[in-house]
Design a protein around this ligand. Structure first.
Ligand SMILES: [Zn+2]
Length: 382
């Protein structure tokens, strides 16, 4: 079947969308626009209450359901409505097969390409009277600064279990794995003392931290696991033994068991280091106190290569002459959160490059191919 995407209309929709300011948590205007447009396309539009919980100007995530023209399992698409900063007053420029910003902002191709693509697919399905299963188009809030939208989504409204995330960069790379991430917040309380007069009466929080980290597997731990401390703060003056120190870090792994092991190892290193600094001063025992919090930022994305969505996407890519490969990612996206809710979706690249910078651009050839591939996957999903 020769799939027809209206490329000009898809581009126009994209340009309209990027001109609507929607930095994270300011998605109100674009959300209202998209909800109205999806209604026009015959979708039943449900907006959940996630916006209030996370402090967005939008009411919530949009779940637009288009009833299928054939029976079978429902399918979903996901894209996020927010952009990173600087993302206000975007002036898109179309030139030589690319869309760029004017260089003062990001373009917002991440992820307005995905939003535009869903709007186009909904329109094509109806106007070409195609045979398709029920489709749920999911537009999330606040993906960029913590996935607050997908974390607070009303999952009771989602019937589809398989789908595609439309939020990756190069079309050649289909993301099927992403790491689970644990944040590390470590407060070390030592004992202060005059550094010039009686340093031996103190316990330096910095020395405790240094000792713990010197015992720790850090950086690249194994092929699936990495760990890093990126923020250190503590101390105010040079002539006092440092009384308190805060470390912020993270551990990531594609394998949840390996992540658990790494988190335990890191905690053990802090506990061991603390013990080494216990001492008696003037007949009294003093010791450092370490408080560690390790909340899970998001779980792992793991779509097996045997999943129908992966097979269908790779097959569709081949049809359109794209050498696509299923690859792991080092970062996270809405797909990780959906995965924790029993949904499964690889992340398709839409031809967006240099995301999160003013040099961001969309390669239109790739974007149009991605649109055809996404539609092809939906039409062949059984
Ligand atoms: Zn994105």
């Amino acid at each position: 079947m020769n799939i027809q995407i209206n490329e000009k209309r898809l581009l126009d929709t994209f340009l309209t969308l990027v001109k609507i300011d929607s930095e994270s948590l300011n998605e109100g205007k674009v959300a209202r626009y998209v909800a109205a447009e999806m209604k026009k396309r015959g979708c039943q539009v449900y907006v959940d209450k996630a916006g209030k919980k996370i402090g967005s100007t939008a009411q919530g995530n949009i779940i637009a359901t288009l009833k299928g023209t054939r029976p079978g399992k429902a399918f979903f698409f996901v894209a996020h409505l927010d952009t990173v900063k600087p993302g206000n007053g975007i002036k898109p420029i179309v030139k030589n097969g690319r869309v760029t910003s004017d260089g003062t902002t990001v373009l917002g191709g991440d992820d307005k390409t995905g939003v535009a693509l869903m709007m186009e697919i909904a329109q094509v399905l109806r106007e070409q009277k195609l045979s398709y299963p029920t489709v749920q188009f999911i537009f999330t809030l606040n993906e960029e600064t913590g996935m607050g939208g997908s974390k607070n989504m009303d999952y009771s409204k989602l019937k589809a279990k398989d789908g595609l995330i439309l939020d990756n960069e190069a079309l050649e790379e289909l993301l099927v794995q992403g790491p689970a991430v644990c944040d590390f917040m470590v407060d070390i309380t030592g004992v202060t003392a005059h550094a010039g007069v009686c340093p031996e009466k103190g316990i330096s929080a910095l020395e405790v931290a240094a000792k713990a980290i010197s015992m720790m597997k850090i950086g690249r731990v194994d092929k699936d696991t990495v760990c890093n401390f990126g923020v250190v703060s503590g101390g105010q003056v040079t002539n006092a033994v440092m009384p308190k120190l805060t470390l912020l870090g993270e551990a990531r792994s594609l394998d949840v068991k390996k992540l658990d092991k790494q988190v335990k190892h890191m905690k053990d290193c802090f506990a061991k280091a603390a013990k080494l600094f216990v001492k008696k001063v003037d007949g009294k025992t003093i010791r450092p106190i370490i408080d560690i919090k390790t909340p899970l930022r998001y779980g792992a994305l793991n779509v097996p290569l045997s999943a129908p969505t992966v097979k269908l996407t790779l097959a569709a890519a081949k049809k359109y002459g794209v050498k696509m490969k299923a690859v792991p990612s080092g970062g996270g996206c809405d797909a990780n959160v959906l995965c924790q809710h029993g949904m499964s979706a690889p992340n398709l690249g839409l031809g967006v490059q240099n995301c999160h910078t003013p040099q961001e651009y969309v390669d239109l050839k790739e974007f149009y191919k991605a649109a055809k591939i996404a539609l092809d996957v939906l039409l062949n999903y059984k």
